[in-house]
Design a protein around this ligand. Structure first.
Ligand code: GLU
Length: 433
């Protein structure tokens, strides 16, 4: 391992604060130690292949020009092209993007899809800009990335505060750099596109759908009737709101929701569909009339069976994890639990379906979209959902077997599945020269 492992905070205190990339390295080290990962492979996987930072101008509606900073980190492409989302967030920095890119490598390996890991972002608060400004920012960012993305090289997708519209702007801008004869063959430079221009049906709900498929498997294993469970959700964007709507279809009771605007609760149950409509119209869940406002501490201590964090990193930490009363944490977000939070969840006997398994539905259906574009096909929703179910439940079983074999928590088991897959690839192909 590089020296970064030596600078990690002391684990004897579960309240130390870590950066997200330190979290990744710590998680990685735990699993690599456990399986005695081949040393050369360990060195390679501990460092991203490329870290790209771009500074670029974009014109505002009033004619001024503002400078922006964007990132694309390409962690690993041993199993296939770099793959992963792009986010717009004021806290996005290179450390975060490195962590997110690394998680994508593990995610694709666990799901057994032929992709590596990448991630990008622009450090902006997108709510401060008009739609036309966001379009120009997106297009200039794409232009600045140039040939660092490509349909067979590095394929962005939506992430926090980005969506199909942003992907459409990226595609359209990227195509200007491609010979006219090639353009029809480049639709797969991004996934998560609107269905009208080559997106896949089922991609928008795919991450939430994958989370719920994993929760279904967990419930089967524990002989839990989901119709009798209650749950609460943090983040009510694409992932959280879809997970909630799909949990509702099982008859589970949504009792609390938190997003950037605040937290709300109703112990009798919230209608996820209605709340999703409200949140879309009002920019968040706060103020929803069929619920009462609660504070963050009360939200975390919600009495419910399942917690679905679907917002940002480092929410369940050494400081907050002991507040949780649930039986299961199903991670819709990337990195919502830090290593100290993990220790406390283990001590409390709370099950964790880790992000790199539970939220892999998004990248799995991105893979299906990529394949459909390459083959000039359109699959229907039934086919997409059935294939997603097959892939993610197979991944679930691989992680469960590793957890049983090594008697470890599911996050470590998920890492073991990913690392063994990558180790096999490197050992078989060798390292040039
Ligand atoms: N942003 C999503 C994730 O974190 C999806 C990535 C993709 O579809 O490439 O998994």
């Amino acid at each position: 391992m590089p020296d970064s492992t030596k600078t990690l905070p002391d684990t004897s205190s579960t309240t130390a604060k870590t950066s997200v990339y330190e979290n990744v390295i710590r998680q990685f080290s735990r699993a690599a130690d456990l399986i005695g990962l081949v040393d050369n492979v360990r060195k390679i996987l501990a460092t991203p292949v490329n870290e790209i930072t771009v500074h670029f101008p974009a014109r505002m509606d009033d004619g001024r020009v503002e400078m922006f900073t964007g990132y694309r980190v390409q962690h690993n492409n041993a199993l296939g092209p770099f793959k992963g989302g792009l986010r717009f967030h004021p806290d996005t920095d290179i450390d975060e993007v490195k962590a997110l890119a690394t998680w994508m490598t593990w995610k694709s390996a666990i799901a057994d899809i032929p992709f590596g890991g990448g991630k990008g972002g622009v450090c902006i608060d997108p709510f401060k800009y008009s739609k036309t400004e966001l379009e120009r920012i997106t297009r200039r960012f794409t232009y600045a990335l140039g040939q660092n993305i490509g349909p067979e090289y590095d394929i962005p997708a939506p992430d926090v505060n980005t969506n199909g519209q942003v992907m459409a702007w990226i595609l359209d801008t990227y195509l200007t750099s491609v010979q006219p004869q090639e353009r029809g063959r480049c639709l797969h430079v991004v996934t998560g596109k609107p269905v009208g221009l080559g997106g896949s049906v089922g991609r928008e709900k795919a991450t939430g759908q994958g989370v719920v498929y994993c929760i279904e498997e967990w419930a089967k294993g524990k002989s839990v009737d989901l119709a009798k469970t209650s749950y609460f959700v943090q983040g009510f964007g694409n992932v959280g709101s879809w997970a909630a709507r799909l949990m509702d279809q099982h008859g589970a009771r949504l009792v609390a929701v938190e997003d950037v605007t605040g937290a709300i609760a109703n112990p009798d149950g919230l209608d996820a569909e209605d709340l999703a409509r409200y949140a879309k119209q009002n920019g968040g869940v706060y103020g929803y009339q069929k619920a009462s406002a609660i504070d963050h501490e009360t939200f975390l201590a919600t009495e419910a069976d399942i917690f679905i964090p679907s917002a940002l990193e480092n929410q369940i930490t050494g400081k907050t994890a002991s507040a949780l009363r649930c039986k299961l944490v199903a991670e819709g977000a990337n990195g919502p639990t830090d290593p100290f939070g993990d220790i406390l969840l283990r001590k409390a006997g709370i099950d964790v379906l880790p992000d790199i398994l539970a939220n892999s539905g998004g990248v799995i259906v991105s893979y299906f979209e990529w394949l459909q574009n390459k083959r000039s096909e359109y699959w229907d929703l039934e086919e997409v959902d059935a294939k997603l179910y097959k892939k993610i439940t197979a991944a679930y079983r691989r992680v469960r077997s590793a957890a049983q074999e090594l008697d470890v928590d599911w996050r470590t088991a998920a890492y073991v599945v990913a690392l063994r897959r990558l180790e096999r690839c490197y050992v078989e192909r060798g390292i040039f020269p």
